[in-house]
Design a protein around this ligand. Structure first.
Ligand code: SF4
Length: 472
């Protein structure tokens, strides 16, 4: 039996069940390489401070690119059963104000190392739910950040918005604070699905928010969707796809639900019998890809679509796409200062993560320490593999010469085994391996992380693989 999906306007994906099964293995999203599960406790606050000092005093000083900032607001009022995020469920809004105090301490630790007024070209507020904070708290947070950093004109300021805690008036406030990008968690408009995942929000409320965001000229309006949720059927999800396409968000992120109840407690409340079958998931994915492309969206890469005029689509056409912890971005590899409980940053050739629990996070800050609990200093091999993996994920192409010049290696020699492994994917029509380049095919774009995984030195055992969500 052959599974047949029209996956793009100019490309018909036809994969056999055997091929699909081969591709349908757990794999990382490569928002970083090495992936966060490879971070080690030996990398702590001192190593992080050293990385910051190197930025502040190193040879690149004066020419270092502007910073990116990520601020994690962990609170949510109620739990969505599919949730795999680091969040704290509470109805006590006073916790938001208290949390701002801890963020301020964390910011001060950074300015003590970097000095105040470091340029910032990108800021993202994520969670949890940033919109758990009241408007005056968000104003205070932005004022705090602006006192410590210099947010440059034209910077990308984005905020994740839970439609259940937002209103058109709140969006006007976000715009007044300087936010120019907004991301709405939609997931699915079907009521039965919303009940099954404990997240009820009407189509009308989301529609009003998108309309207001457009009127406020937010440069980018994103909608997050999830397929593979309980009670979802290909038919019901098709309706959601149509409704979302009609709203015309400039970007759409389409994630696969990964049911890992052993790891994520809220997922234990999901009836596994109500989950769609693997075949149904494939239909939903195929329908979504075909539906969005038929409605004028461009496939950006893993999970993401954008309207042709959106900055991500333009960057993709121009080969300027990058990837960070928030997914695809137009900004080149900037250092990312991550603030707040559990957040992950990148400074120089290091990644680091803050404490995952609030008491641990607060305890470190109370003692005047960075709340870093683990991280990694990248080796030469990591840097080389990161360059290849990011080139695959962002450009769908690895140019051997540029890798060889930057890393002083011979690609065919150093990656002999990986290039050999790619032959199988080549036979499946997902990739073309030439003398001088690896090119991901139009079909291969839809499975690009499976291609990238070939270059991941850390992904050796199936045991490790089982910790990631499925590719499709
Ligand atoms: S999915 Fe988002 S809003 Fe829902 S519990 Fe998780 S972090 Fe909170």
């Amino acid at each position: 039996m052959t599974t047949d999906h029209t996956a793009s306007a100019d490309d018909k994906v036809i994969l056999s069940d055997a091929q699909l099964r081969k591709l349908d293995v757990p794999g990382p999203r490569y928002t970083s390489y090495p992936t966060a599960d490879r971070f080690v406790e030996a990398f702590g606050p001192n190593e992080y401070r050293q990385a910051l000092r190197q930025r502040a005093e190193g040879p690149m000083v004066g020419s270092t690119p502007a910073l990116s900032l990520y601020v994690h607001i962990p609170f949510c009022e109620s739990v969505c059963y599919y949730c795999a995020c680091n969040k704290i469920i509470t109805k006590h809004h006073s916790r938001g104000r208290e949390y701002l105090g801890w963020l301020e301490r964390e910011i001060e630790l950074h300015t003590a190392e970097l000095g105040t007024g470091q340029s910032v070209s990108q800021l993202h507020l994520g969670g949890g739910s940033p919109t758990f904070l009241a408007d005056d708290e968000l104003s205070d947070l932005m004022a705090m950040l602006r006192r410590a950093f210099k947010i440059v004109p034209g910077a990308e300021l984005s905020i994740e918005v839970d439609p259940r805690t937002a209103s058109p008036a709140r969006l006007r406030h976000f715009a007044a604070l300087g936010f120019n990008r907004v991301s709405f968690g939609v997931q699915d408009f079907d009521h039965a699905v919303q009940v099954a995942v404990h997240r009820i929000q009407s189509h009308q409320s989301v529609s009003e928010l998108v309309t207001e965001a457009r009127a406020l000229h937010f440069e980018s309006i994103n909608a997050d969707l999830i397929y593979g949720l309980p009670r979802q059927t290909p038919e019901s999800f098709k309706r959601t796809i149509t409704q979302v396409a009609e709203l015309r968000p400039s970007r759409i992120a389409l994630y696969a639900y990964a049911h890992l109840p052993a790891r994520f407690k809220p997922q234990r409340r999901i009836d596994s019998q109500a989950l769609p079958s693997a075949e149904q998931r494939m239909r939903m994915l195929g329908d979504a890809i075909a539906g969005f492309i038929a409605n004028g969206y461009v496939y950006i890469g893993m999970d993401h679509f954008a309207l042709p005029g959106d900055a991500l689509a333009v960057a993709k056409r121009q080969g300027r796409l990058h990837r960070n912890f928030q997914g695809y971005t137009t900004q080149p590899d900037a250092d990312l200062i991550a603030l707040g409980v559990s957040s992950i940053g990148r400074v120089g050739a290091t990644y680091s993560q803050n404490a995952k629990t609030l008491p641990e996070y607060q305890d470190a800050l109370a003692q005047g320490r960075f709340p870093i609990v683990r991280g990694v200093a990248l080796t030469r091999d990591d840097l080389l593999r990161r360059a290849v993996i990011m080139a695959l994920m962002c450009q769908g192409r690895v140019d051997f010469e540029s890798i060889e010049l930057a890393h002083l290696v011979k690609v065919p020699e150093v990656f002999a085994s990986e290039l050999n492994q790619l032959r199988e994917l080549e036979q499946m029509g997902l990739v073309q391996v030439g003398e001088q380049e690896i090119q991901v095919t139009a079909t291969g774009w839809f499975f690009v992380r499976g291609i990238a995984m070939v270059f991941d030195r850390h992904l050796q055992s199936d045991k490790v693989r089982e910790r990631f969500s499925r590719i499709i």
